[in-house]
Design a protein around this ligand. Structure first.
Ligand SMILES: [Zn+2]
Length: 261
């Protein structure tokens, strides 16, 4: 007998212990089931956004926060090294495996190599920033693209440089303390059977505790400021002061308040 939780925990723990996911045949052997059953379970987990399979729906590509393919982040523990799916994911791994890790990547704005120690129990102090391009409600439209665009930068200025060069809309910028708090809290319990995905309301509540609100995070836009003198209302309700045009662009693309993360 097996249930999806057994398969999910096996995949996540294998990633944590060995740095790579099990093949479907290994899942089957481990749980004493047939490979077709294992594949069926993996596909159900994929459809539930608890892991990501390749286009053939056979090979595990990601089981957040781990990736089987390079997405720009290397996370090195004392014994195992992993591909981190993104800045958010890479910052979650030390707390999940319970040891400090070296997180290495490149600043997309200038190409400089960035490396920092990330601990399980306190946020790093490096003076870098994270930029998330894709709003949370849109993340699973193309989760590999979304993860591939949650990066660390030298500075806000280098985020701006990269946005101009790539003509991408501005997403949101986080300091490393906020990123670390988000990552460790978001993924807490991921290796246990009891873990379950947050509902949109639970996700918004967690984001809100960290001061992350507004449409980018799956919340409502702030109330427009009262019309100023002589009835001149703002044409653009201030979406997110730090996210600027991106929020509008994604909103136009249909990002609603629903959150699926
Ligand atoms: Zn840079």
């Amino acid at each position: 007998m097996h249930d999806l939780a057994d398969v999910r925990v096996l995949v996540y723990r294998r990633f944590a212990e060995r740095g790579e996911p099990p093949r479907p045949e290994e899942v089957a052997a481990e749980l004493g089931i047939g490979t077709p059953e294992a594949l069926e379970a993996l596909r159900a987990l994929h459809d539930a956004h608890l892991l990501v399979l390749d286009d053939d729906r056979r090979r595990i590509v990601m089981a957040h926060p781990w990736s089987a393919v390079p997405l720009g982040f290397v996370v090195a523990g004392t014994r195992v090294k992993w591909w981190g799916g993104c800045a958010w994911d890479s910052f979650a791994i030390p707390a999940l495996v319970g040891e400090p890790c070296l997180v290495a990547t490149h600043c997309p704005g200038c190409g400089r190599a960035l490396a920092l120690d990330v601990c399980p129990d306190e946020p790093p102090t490096a003076d870098l920033v994270a930029h998330f391009l894709v709003p949370i409600p849109r993340m699973w439209d193309d989760v590999m693209f979304a993860c591939g665009h949650q990066a660390l930068f030298c500075s806000e200025e280098h985020v701006g440089r990269w946005l101009r060069e790539t003509r991408n809309p501005r997403g949101v910028i986080l300091d490393l303390r906020t990123l670390w708090l988000l990552a460790t809290r978001w993924y807490a319990g991921r290796l246990t059977r009891e873990y379950r995905r947050r509902s949109p309301d639970e996700a918004r509540a967690l984001f809100g505790e960290l001061g992350l609100s507004g449409p980018f995070w799956g919340g409502e836009a702030p109330e427009p400021e009262p019309a100023v003198e002589r009835g001149l209302a703002r044409t653009e309700p201030a979406l997110l002061t730090r996210s600027g045009p991106a929020a509008s662009a994604w909103k136009a693309a249909g990002a609603g308040p629903a959150s699926d993360v």
